[in-house]
Design a protein around this ligand. Structure first.
Ligand SMILES: Cc1cc2nc3c(=O)[nH]c(=O)nc-3n(C[C@H](O)[C@H](O)[C@H](O)COP(=O)(O)O)c2cc1C
Length: 169
């Protein structure tokens, strides 16, 4: 069985909660859930076959603080051959110009490092003006907006996992 990790950064607990809900949806793959604040070396990222990386966005399009502190560990890791997917938590109303930008920063950090990227999501169904996480007309991962659209979270997580289940587990 593939070794799967859900690695997240969360300042007020929202992304931590979503990480746990994603784990619940993919319990068969028995993913390990890791707070990036506790990651001490690049070896942690190298230990898994599949990395599901999640972040919220702060400031004006900034990566979550713990991720920001550890981003060099991710960019220095040997990720060759790994499967990587992303989830991003943000506020599409108040921060419509920088919606889930942090997810785009994680994507930019790992793309071109020999990884297999999975988990892109259509922008239809979302309402925002601009996002660093939008690449070639799609979001690079699933975007979750607990501030404005909490009623959609369950469907978004379930349909994302079911679409990509055989790629990430
Ligand atoms: C000061 C502040 C700045 C924020 N900036 C952004 C932003 O630029 N883009 C975005 O999508 N969400 C933004 N958000 C929304 C947060 O990402 C959202 O509240 C998220 O649920 C926080 O998750 P966490 O508790 O896991 O860190 C911001 C929130 C605050 C309070």
């Amino acid at each position: 069985m593939k070794k799967v990790a859900i690695i997240y950064g969360s300042s007020t607990g929202v992304t931590a909660d979503i990480a746990d809900r994603i784990r619940g949806e993919m319990y068969e793959a028995a993913p390990t859930v890791i707070d990036v604040a506790n990651v001490g070396s690049s070896a942690v990222f190298e230990e898994y076959d599949v990395l599901i990386l999640g972040t919220s966005t702060w400031g004006s399009g900034d990566l979550q603080d713990d991720w920001q502190n550890k981003i060099s560990l991710l960019s220095n890791a040997n990720l060759s051959g790994k499967t990587v997917a992303f989830f991003g938590i943000g506020d599409s109303s108040t921060f419509s110009e920088t919606f889930v930008a942090g997810m785009g920063t994680l994507y930019d950090t790992v793309k071109g490092k020999g990884v297999v990227l999975v988990g892109s999501v259509a922008t239809a169904g979302y309402s925002y003006d601009n996002s660093l996480a939008e690449v070639a007309g799609e979001l690079v991962g699933v975007a979750i907006d607990e501030a404005n659209e909490p009623d959609q979270t369950e469907t978004r997580i379930k349909s994302w996992i079911s679409s990509y289940k055989n790629r990430i587990a």
